[in-house]
Write a protein that binds this ligand. Structure first.
Ligand code: SF4
Length: 455
């Protein structure tokens, strides 16, 4: 009997596929193939549930407005709540279409505040496949294990720290040795891109984890120790996969892709560059400006690095220092200088500025936006999401009107409803200020895209 792999729909106020491949599931699919265990995939964010697909691999999901979860009702939230990807009717139809029986059903999870949709899908499947074993992993179950046990009653839950037990479960069920996560990351299978080929990008992960410990981030909870792949092997796999599938977009999944760049990122990029393939590399997770030197900036340009998001978060040195000390202004300024020198235009130098963390003032966000604009970057505002068990989560609880232990309130779209310093009016003013600044940059970006397509 086969395994069924489920990629769930998303319930949220907004959702897009910004190169968000289900990396873990794709690795499991490769490991199952290697061990000759057959599987089906129920991808509720797949091609049938896509509204628009962009050349660079990003997608807009099908969107169906649904009633807001009870907890969020009557709170004057002026946004539509929706299910992205397969809606409830689609899910019913997809589940009915499944004619095989499955010994094991595996589901991935991501954001904590998407549990509303996970619960619906799990219950529907549990009802249909009453004798199957269910295994659930991913970010949500790692951050909120106890909560997830109430959502996935009767399932085996695998937080990242206990992923090796997933292998044990598969071995027991299928009566043969199964190895996937119970080995160093360097030996994990590469993701099974072919089985998920409706996603027009290749997910590449060079280093798992992050050396920093920012007060608003759960990276250390998700992955305790840094582990990496051999950069040459990874690059060769990317090149080969691009050649066999014809996909030319590569999404970098690292939290700290540029850390120890001489040992990892530089050899990886050199190898990509030498392939002479015209690849398009995207790093939507954010890059550390501290590690960008002249050589690296040049390699990024020559290897096809297209989506750059520099993690600055704030131009206020005091805030930068107390939230994690991952970058200083001079380091950001140098990174911009080197990237400009290697040929990047302002419109290509995206920079994240965080908005809505406790004790931050709106003026500080405006100052940060102006600073980035002056230096030569283009701001992407990252609305703060309180992540459980991080230092800033506890600070957020102190100032919030609502109970942030409830995962639905951890949604970044709702920051302006619980953070008194950033109410809707303030947030709209900030966004309008940013829109005003970005008009020129967007025009330059349009020109850039036109010049790229005419080449
Ligand atoms: S550098 Fe980025 S990934 Fe690392 S801890 Fe800070 S926010 Fe998280």
């Amino acid at each position: 009997m086969k395994v069924l792999l489920i990629i769930p729909s998303i319930t949220d106020f907004a959702a897009h596929d910004m190169w968000a491949a289900p990396y873990g599931m794709m690795v499991i699919a490769s490991a199952l193939k290697k061990h000759n265990i057959e599987f089906d995939i129920l991808d509720l964010l797949g091609r049938n549930y896509t509204r628009k697909e962009y050349e660079d691999g990003r997608r807009r999901y099908k969107r169906t407005i649904i009633e807001m979860p009870k907890i969020l009702r009557n709170k004057n939230i002026k946004r539509h709540y929706a299910i992205y990807g397969a809606n409830f009717d689609d899910i019913e139809a997809e589940v009915e279409k499944l004619t095989n029986t499955y010994k094991l059903i595996v589901m991935s999870t991501t954001m904590t505040y998407w549990y509303y949709g996970y619960k619906y899908i799990y219950e529907r499947l549990k009802n249909r496949f009453q004798t199957s074993t269910f295994a659930i992993g991913g970010v949500y179950v790692t951050l909120l294990e106890s909560h997830s046990k109430t959502v996935f009653e009767g399932a085996h839950i695998f937080p990242n720290q206990r992923l090796q037990y997933f292998d044990k479960l598969v071995s027991e069920i299928y009566g043969k040795e199964f190895t996937c996560f119970s080995q160093p990351f360097s030996l994990w299978e590469f993701p099974d891109v072919e089985s998920f080929s409706h996603r027009r990008y290749i997910p590449a992960l060079l280093m798992r984890g992050c050396p920093f410990n920012c007060t608003y981030c759960a990276s250390k909870t998700l992955v305790k120790n840094l582990e990496h792949k051999d950069p040459i092997k990874l690059a060769d796999w990317v090149i080969q996969t691009c050649e066999t599938t014809g996909i030319d977009n590569v999404a970098l999944f690292d939290d700290a892709f540029l850390y120890r760049a001489d040992e990892f990122a530089k050899p990886f990029l050199r190898r990509i560059m030498q392939s002479n393939l015209r690849l398009r590399l995207h790093a939507s997770n954010g890059l550390h400006p501290r590690f960008i030197d002249e050589e690296l900036a040049s390699l990024m340009r020559k290897s096809g690095f297209e989506t750059i998001r520099l993690s600055l978060e704030s131009s206020d040195e005091k805030i930068m220092s107390i939230t994690g000390d991952k970058v200083k202004r001079t380091e950001y300024e140098n990174a911009i200088k080197y990237l400009q020198k290697s040929g990047y235009k302002k419109a290509e130098l995206g920079t994240y500025i965080i908005c809505g963390i406790p004790h931050q003032s709106p003026q500080e966000v405006i100052d940060s936006i102006k600073y980035v604009d002056d230096i030569g970057g283009v701001v992407y505002l990252a609305e703060y999401s309180p992540i459980p068990n991080t230092p800033l989560f506890y600070e957020s609880i102190k100032i919030s009107r609502y109970d942030l232990h409830e995962p639905l309130w951890q949604n970044n779209t709702l920051m302006s409803y619980w953070n008194p310093s950033f109410n809707e009016e303030v947030l709209n003013k900030l966004k309008n200020f940013l829109i005003g600044l970005r008009k020129d940059v967007d025009k330059a970006d349009d020109d850039l895209q036109k010049s790229k397509t005419s080449k």
